[in-house]
Design a protein. Structure first.
Length: 180
């Protein structure tokens, strides 16, 4: 959503939304609530000690949706792989492609990983047009190798990248010193 669209939803000019985004304006609570609701979000005051539970619930909800989308994308590719295997049984590259898909199916996805998966699937999406055009087996084999390589690279990055823990942000000052 653009700043202009958001401004129209909440009744503020785009320039004011831009200033809010840059932190150049002291945001009023009522404006914050309006902007949050326009973005289909809700502003809630949560006890500091309950914040990890809320963050975990939000992460779990988002991950489920993205994982579901990723599984749909991967299942489409698995079905395409079966079609290729039926039409071109002599292609040895199809086994590697199917293994790459199976290895990725075991992962969990968030929004950033879903975007990266979509990019990694670009070579695989070109396979469909080659199959439908009854392309030469050599072109298909080359495209299968490229798609398999892309999926393996994606999987390796996802598996071997250490999980980055988001540290709890502490305020610059506190009204009371009740925790830590």
């Amino acid at each position: 959503m653009t700043q202009k669209e958001l401004g129209q939803r909440v009744g503020l000019p785009q320039s004011h939304i831009s200033k809010i985004e840059k932190g150049a304006v002291d945001l009023q609570l009522s404006s914050l609530v309006e902007i949050a609701r326009a973005l289909d979000l809700e502003v809630k005051l949560v006890p500091r000690k309950a914040l990890p539970a809320v963050e975990g619930a939000v992460r779990a909800h988002g991950t489920t949706v993205e994982t579901s989308r990723a599984l749909n994308l991967l299942n489409e590719q698995a079905q395409l792989a079966e079609r290729i295997k039926g039409s071109f049984p002599d292609l040895s590259q199809i086994e590697g492609f199917q293994n790459a898909i199976r290895n990725i199916l075991k992962l969990q996805f968030d929004a950033a990983q879903l975007k990266a998966l979509d990019e990694a699937l670009q070579p695989a999406k070109r396979l469909k047009s080659l199959v439908e055009a009854q392309g030469a087996a050599s072109k298909l084999a080359k495209q299968l190798e490229e798609a398999t390589s892309s999926l393996r690279h994606f999987r390796n990055i996802q598996v071997h990248t250490p999980l980055i823990e988001t540290r709890r942000q502490l305020p610059a000052y506190r009204l009371e010193e009740d925790d830590e």
